[in-house]
Design a protein around this ligand. Structure first.
Ligand code: 4AD
Ligand code: MG
Length: 455
């Protein structure tokens, strides 16, 4: 791959090694005697320049069908490039067009808008930005597994199809073999009960934590919330650790260690991508992430947050009131102006949080914690879980939940229950945070959002 070729060139002199390179043509620039091709293969943002001697008949004839977008095979020798745009160039001795591209190839050598690129989601992985984002995404996924595996957590594959609503938020996609508008008929329903795409693997992860102590799940989750925002997807990936014999303090400690580890890993392993984001996407990004790694997170209760917001010089569209859900403007004020870094907010009013959270003795708040970060707001949501059977049952009844669908979940409190806690990190939001990308649709290969599941 190109990245390796460039590294080899600098690590194993002398120059003039003969190599084969395969990739896609980014641009073609021609003069009378020579043509310059820029090649990419997704391994690096640094282009590899191919120098083609047009006086050589067999090379010149190849150029006739060679346009931006074509896939090619080049055999030649590597030399340091006199140009400033690339470190290395390859002087072609043989050139083969493996897959030509027509003149109307949609990705030409210019800056395309992200909106346009979303319309060609099958080709946008060939761009520098999506290339850099996906390499970082790959590393983050790998580091998530490494983090938990090194700490002895068991990776659990929680189901995608479920019959409950783990968050009690009602934003579910129904799974059915019937026409979408058919009325519910239990005799025809494949699962014998209404089934949905999961919104979270948490409830099933709890069953495994109460057997294996420390577990995590990492997979796709689905929410039918009709949110047209730069940070919501209908299909997104979530990482959810769950720990038995653990309380909210342990949970927050793990969350902070986790984020710190992931940022450190990317800063260390992706200097080239970070320099690219810094230049083209988010100036100041590296310093910002380094500060997060080096500074302990700020902690605040929800009640303290409301007090701060009430005293804030900023004027809000939604005036802060105890009991309300924090709005984007509040989260931004908190993380970008008041604290200038991540904030862990705890002890939210029970009315705005899920049914399973452990109730505080005050009767009105729960042992919840959200991690808020600058630019994005909520990146993690977690809690200590209610482990008291009677209190959980009472809360579920209060909320009018279908108890029979959750009896197994309640049973976990009857059969050797234990204090336990966990959280969910929005993986795509994490990628967005680390890369500085503005829209979550541009950090996932094929975004699913209201009105769009086509690509
Ligand atoms: O806060 P949420 O809803 O928490 C849960 O689902 C818990 N069951 C997690 C747990 O305790 N195991 O979602 C967790 C995170 C959010 O903080 C956010 O980062 C992300 O998931 N998230 C979304 N990301 C993209 N698009 C959406 N529509 C999202 N909804 C939530
Ligand atoms: Mg949440």
């Amino acid at each position: 791959i190109i990245r390796q070729r460039i590294q080899d060139f600098f690590s194993t002199p002398p120059e003039g090694q003969k190599v084969e390179v395969l990739g896609w043509v980014r641009s073609v620039r021609e003069s009378k005697q020579v043509a310059f091709l820029h090649l990419s293969d997704g391994s690096t943002t640094a282009p590899l320049q191919v120098v083609v001697d047009k006086t050589r008949e067999e090379l010149a004839s190849c150029l006739e069908t060679l346009r931006t977008g074509a896939s090619v095979r080049v055999v030649g020798t590597l030399r340091p490039s006199p140009g400033t745009k690339q470190p290395v160039e390859i002087h072609a001795e043989a050139l083969t067009v493996l897959g030509p591209a027509p003149e109307d190839y949609p990705l030409q050598k210019k800056r395309h808008s992200f909106e346009f690129l979303r319309e060609i989601a099958h080709l946008r992985p060939r761009t520098n930005t999506i290339g850099a984002v996906m390499r970082v995404r790959n590393t983050l996924a790998w580091e998530i597994h490494r983090f938990f595996q090194e700490r002895g957590f068991l990776y659990v594959h929680t189901p995608i199809i479920t019959t409950g609503d783990a968050e009690g938020a009602g934003a579910l996609f129904r799974v059915t073999t019937l026409p979408p508008d058919a009325p519910y008929d239990p005799t025809e329903d494949f699962f014998g009960a209404p089934a949905f795409l999961t919104v979270s693997g948490q409830l099933e992860a709890e069953a495994y934590a109460l057997a294996f102590v420390n577990v995590y799940t990492f997979g796709p989750t689905f929410r039918a919330e009709n949110s047209h925002t730069p940070r919501h997807l209908a299909e997104f990936w979530m990482v959810e650790p769950e720990m038995a014999f653990c309380d909210l303090e342990g949970d927050m400690h793990l969350a902070e260690e986790f984020i710190t580890h992931l940022l450190e890993a990317v800063l260390e392993r992706h200097p080239e991508e970070m320099a690219f984001f810094e230049q083209w996407i988010a100036p100041g990004l590296t310093d910002q992430l380094e500060a997060v790694v080096n500074t302990p997170f700020t902690h605040m209760t929800y009640t303290e947050v409301i007090e701060h917001l009430k005293k804030a010089p900023a004027s809000f569209t939604f005036p802060p009131e105890w009991g309300m859900d924090l709005q984007t403007e509040h989260e931004r004020y908190l993380t970008e102006e008041l604290v200038k870094g991540p904030v862990i907010v705890t002890d939210y009013p029970k009315e705005i949080k899920a049914f399973y959270m452990k109730q505080n003795p005050d009767g009105r708040t729960v042992r919840a914690m959200d991690v808020l970060v600058p630019r994005l707001g909520e990146i993690i949501g977690g809690s200590q879980r209610e482990d008291d059977y009677e209190r959980l049952l009472a809360r579920m009844q209060e909320l009018g939940m279908r108890i029979e669908a959750y009896q197994w979940y309640l049973d976990l409190r009857r059969y050797g229950g234990a204090p336990h806690a966990g959280f969910g990190l929005g993986f795509d939001r994490l990628v967005q945070y680390v890369t500085g990308m503005q829209n979550i649709r541009d950090v996932i290969p094929f975004p699913r959002t209201p009105g769009n599941a086509a690509f």
